[in-house]
Design a protein around this ligand. Structure first.
Ligand code: 5GP
Length: 113
């Protein structure tokens, strides 16, 4: 299967605004932000979508959630942010490599388009 855009970003084949990286994940700024703060928390393991995750991915999934919290503190929005995971094309998923949207900075609900 062809590499997704996120796989290419993880492998540094294409540039991105990297906020954080560790052995399990990478955090980048969304190229088309839907809120003043719009980050993507992406596991390095190429799980296509949330529904494809298994028990083997428990550590990764938990880790991603903790990174969301860390990022919210780094950007001083820990009291008000939204987390979105689009699962499947009909739900608006466009990149088939699991990722969490962290949206913040508005005084209302932040949702990706
Ligand atoms: P999805 O619609 O799959 O939930 O979210 C994919 C997100 O990836 C979109 O918000 C889109 O703006 C973002 N995106 C797509 N291509 C790139 C890219 O090359 N770089 C960055 N930083 N974000 C991207």
């Amino acid at each position: 299967m062809d590499k997704t855009i996120f796989q290419k970003i993880i492998e540094k084949e294409i540039p991105s605004d990297i906020i954080f990286e560790d052995e399990l994940c990478i955090v980048i700024k969304d190229i088309n932000p839907q809120a003043p703060i719009h980050l993507l928390i992406i596991p390095k393991k190429p799980i296509p979508k949330l529904a494809d995750a298994s028990k083997d991915d428990l550590e990764i999934l938990g880790h991603l959630m903790l990174i969301v919290g860390n990022m919210s503190r780094q950007f001083n929005v820990e009291d008000a942010f939204n987390v979105v995971i689009n699962n499947g094309e009909k739900a608006g998923q466009t990149v088939f490599h699991l990722h969490i949207h962290l949206l913040a900075g508005n005084d209302k609900l932040n949702l990706p388009k």
